[in-house]
Design a protein around this ligand. Structure first.
Ligand code: DC
Length: 231
């Protein structure tokens, strides 16, 4: 803080988990921007380390090879919700981490315990140093990464709604193919041994199937404000 002034409100840590296509990223970014908080996209970190494995010829289906390389790439995440940035060894990978190739390999890479340990440590450091607090989105934030978060949200939506949203984002991709790919990735993320996608016991579940994005954002902002007010 400038002049060494203490923040007037205590830092607030918000964990937002859920499967793909529930509106996690859009909601998390908007809530952070609206409340002046930092933002961390943990899926982008798993995508970035996957991109590095692919770029360096590591067989992503070989957990031993992936584990052996887990400590090599230097991953740096920006935390500005208006301009989320991610670099690997100084290279901007915001675009390349969204390719179909990375998307199809990220579940296998993120299931490797050495990868999770490395990325979890990065996430905890970033959350602990956010001056006013942070919105962290992912799959295991409320259960494993930040079990003491002030507020935990678990977003859900029907598979149909999630596939429709994702194929919209992918500019006209086939909805059925997107739906199958989403279901397959969620099943892999939910069934892995190391910190699977799961709702924390003390998380608030928000079903976004019938809600618009502004409605979801408003709901989460209200929950954060209530938490801050001590309700
Ligand atoms: O949110 P996303 O689709 O960009 O995430 C990509 C993958 O990263 C997801 O399929 C599983 C993994 N992931 C994870 O294992 N744990 C997290 N906290 C976030 C993402």
């Amino acid at each position: 803080m400038e002049n060494g002034a203490a923040p007037t409100v205590p830092a607030v840590i918000v964990a937002i988990d859920g499967p793909s296509g529930t509106g996690k990223s859009s909601t998390s970014k908007a809530v952070a921007a609206q409340l002046g908080l930092s933002y961390l996209d943990t899926g982008a970190q798993y995508r970035a380390i996957t991109w590095w494995m692919v770029s360096n010829g590591i067989d992503t289906d070989d957990p031993h090879a992936v584990a052996a390389a887990a400590g090599k790439p230097d991953i740096v995440s920006g935390t500005d919700p208006a301009a989320p940035a991610i670099t690997v060894d100084g290279v901007d990978v915001a675009g390349p981490i969204r390719t179909q190739e990375v998307t199809s390999k990220v579940s296998a890479v993120s299931a490797v315990p050495e990868i999770r340990a490395r990325i979890t440590e990065l996430q905890r450091t970033i959350a602990a140093t956010a001056p006013l607090g942070i919105v962290v989105e992912g799959r295991d934030i409320g259960t494993t990464v930040l079990p003491d978060a002030d507020l935990k949200i678990f977003l859900t939506a029907s598979a149909e709604a999630r596939a429709a949203r994702r194929s919209g984002e992918l500019k006209g991709a086939d909805v059925n193919a997107t739906r199958e790919a989403l279901i397959k990735r969620d099943a892999a993320d939910s069934s892995r041994k190391a910190s699977p996608l799961a709702k924390a016991g003390d998380a608030v579940e928000v079903d976004t199937t019938a809600l618009t994005l502004p409605q979801v954002i408003e709901c989460v902002v209200t929950l954060v404000e209530e938490k801050r007010a001590g309700k």
